[in-house]
Design a binder for this molecule. Structure first.
Ligand SMILES: [Zn+2]
Length: 563
């Protein structure tokens, strides 16, 4: 009797600690049951279940409708999924959410527009809604190739729909159109008022056409002249941006900071977190603030913000994607640049800190890998979940070096927009293995799915998944060969447990299994069986984070949380 009680207590304590998961606690009825669905668990056997039970913020059981019904109590919410597909909540492993969100109230997105007329219509309706004189900003996330006209809009076209507003339209990191009112407000009267190395783009006859062209640094510097929103607008923008992500079934992001993002720009996100109003989990890193002061700045910031500070909804995850400016978009770093990077990276390793690095081209990534290997000889980094972002053309040799270091690869769909210029530069043979998704999977390299939105890409995970599966660009050009096309399940795993790995979270999210966080999305169409082309149009009809419904639409709209 005594022994039984002790064992009973032990079971209760262990269950409370979560140690006995996945056993459901039969005594406690579930808070919520999702019945009559096609629940894609992404567990080890890729099992698909009919129903799922949620208790607190966790999945407490999965199984058949009949099995789950036994877990119902008087207060259990029961949702009939109507046969719909449920997937683990999607996680974008490299998206500039914080930067996009805090300015989103001023932003006009051209996501999904297919003609200049469409895009101008978005601008016209934004102009009607905006306060007089307010900036209208298209910060990126579009390409002329998505338009049937296959060109940029002209200044006259922009003026025709938004004459009473300053307008700023950025195209990737190469050109910007600022209309006459905007140029006046920014004090741009002549080319001398532009950042050095930027210039007015000119027509064949030498007349300026309204566009400004220049290297990335000049474009970033132009953007930084735009006035910043006040906190209430920044909060509103962040809320609206995140809602768009919930609509795509995203339940988590990994944010790598970025240009044009100062410490005070995090205030909106932090405020929403304090109000417990974040509809998705944000894991973020710090982008090196000042060139030449990287180590000093990282040391100062992290004295107040050690690794892992935060909770399940907002958590600090180390440094990057700019670790040092000398090794950022620099394909020919000097020995001094490499030494500086080495010192910062070694310091990060001693602090047990995660690190992520932006690197574009395989031809120069040996500079980075050499330094990472040098750090690894001093202090093994495998447990720290370091990563390289982008590297679309990673060679087998580079992937193998990453694998040996335990360094993962953050892969996005940037080439969905920019493949044609890539093909022109590198040729179709290279393009056909870019990005080498299957090669990376074959090596069992950690790979995270993502988009790199909002300047170079749009945030839709379903566009990114479709790109992984067919390698077709926004204007329908076939690029990647069959040898680098993953299966639908493999692609989805990159966007769930694959991304979760980079947040040290793969044991808690990314699968729908008892004991894991109840982060999931009920899809508008069955990702696994819908024709490939339709995958890009899939949306979530209900998104849940930690068992809480954060977004609901269509048949579930009565479950939509109050805003
Ligand atoms: Zn980057």
């Amino acid at each position: 009797m005594f022994a039984t009680t002790l064992i009973g207590r032990f079971v209760i304590v262990m269950a409370a600690l979560g140690c006995l998961a996945p056993m459901p606690l039969r005594a406690d009825p579930a808070d919520m049951l999702l019945l009559n669905g096609r629940i894609v668990t992404l567990d080890d056997t890729s099992s698909v279940k009919e129903a799922l039970a949620i208790t607190g913020d966790r999945i407490s059981a999965t199984g058949s409708d009949d099995q789950m019904r036994k877990l119902a109590g008087a207060d259990t919410t029961i949702i009939d999924l109507g046969g719909r597909t449920v997937i683990p909540g999607l996680i974008d492993s490299h998206i500039h959410l914080i930067r996009a969100g805090f300015r989103y109230a001023d932003e006009v997105g051209w996501n999904g527009t297919t003609s200049i007329a469409d895009a101008l219509e978005r601008l016209r309706s934004a102009a009607l809604r905006a306060k007089p004189g307010a900036w209208l900003i298209v910060a990126g996330g579009w390409t002329p190739r998505q338009f049937t006209e296959s060109r940029r809009p002209t200044e006259a076209e922009i003026a025709a729909v938004a004459s009473d507003h300053p307008v700023y339209v950025q195209l990737f990191y190469g050109s910007v159109l600022i209309n006459a009112m905007g140029r006046e407000m920014l004090g741009i009267k002549s080319e001398d008022d532009l950042p050095s190395s930027a210039k007015f783009d000119r027509n064949g006859d030498g007349t300026a056409n309204g566009w400004i062209v220049g290297p990335g640094a000049a474009i970033i510097s132009l953007y930084s002249r735009l006035p910043k929103p006040q906190l209430p607008e920044a909060i509103d923008g962040t809320r609206r941006y995140m809602r768009q992500l919930s609509q795509f079934g995203l339940t988590g992001v990994i944010d790598p900071g970025g240009h044009n993002l100062a410490p005070e720009d995090y205030a909106a996100l932090v405020q929403l977190w304090r109000e417990r109003a974040l509809p998705l989990r944000v894991v973020y890193s710090i982008f090196a603030p000042r060139p030449g002061k990287e180590l000093e700045d990282f040391q100062t910031y992290t004295r107040f913000l050690p690794m892992d500070t935060g909770d399940d909804l907002l958590r600090f995850n180390g440094i990057g994607e700019c670790v040092t400016w000398g090794m950022y978009n620099n394909e020919n770093p000097t020995d001094a640049d490499k030494e500086r990077f080495y010192r910062v990276a070694l310091w990060a390793a001693t602090q047990g800190m995660t690190l992520t690095v932006h690197w574009n081209n395989d031809r120069s990534v040996h500079h980075l890998l050499d330094v990472l290997e040098r750090v690894n000889r001093e202090l093994p980094i495998a447990k720290l979940r370091w990563s390289i972002a982008h590297l679309h053309d990673a060679s087998d040799a580079s992937l193998q070096r990453m694998k040996a270091l335990g360094v993962g690869w953050l892969m996005q769909d940037g080439l969905y927009f920019s493949a044609p210029s890539y093909i022109a530069e590198r040729g179709p043979a290279q393009m056909s293995r870019t990005p080498p998704i299957v090669s990376a999977l074959r090596l069992a390299l950690p790979v995270g799915g993502g988009t790199d939105a909002n300047r170079v890409m749009i945030p839709s995970p379903f566009v990114s998944l479709r790109w992984m599966l067919d390698g077709r660009t926004v204007d329908g050009i076939a690029t990647r060969g069959a040898q680098e096309i993953p299966s639908r399940e493999e692609a989805l795993r990159l966007y769930t447990e694959g991304s979760a790995w980079f947040a040290h979270d793969e044991s808690r999210r990314g699968r729908l299994r008892p004991g894991m966080l109840a982060d999931l999305a009920v899809l508008s169409e069955d990702y696994f069986n819908v024709p490939l082309l339709r995958i890009a149009q899939i949306e979530s009809l209900m998104t849940m984070v930690g068992g809480k419904i954060v977004y609901a639409a269509g048949p579930f709209s009565n479950l939509e949380p109050k805003h």
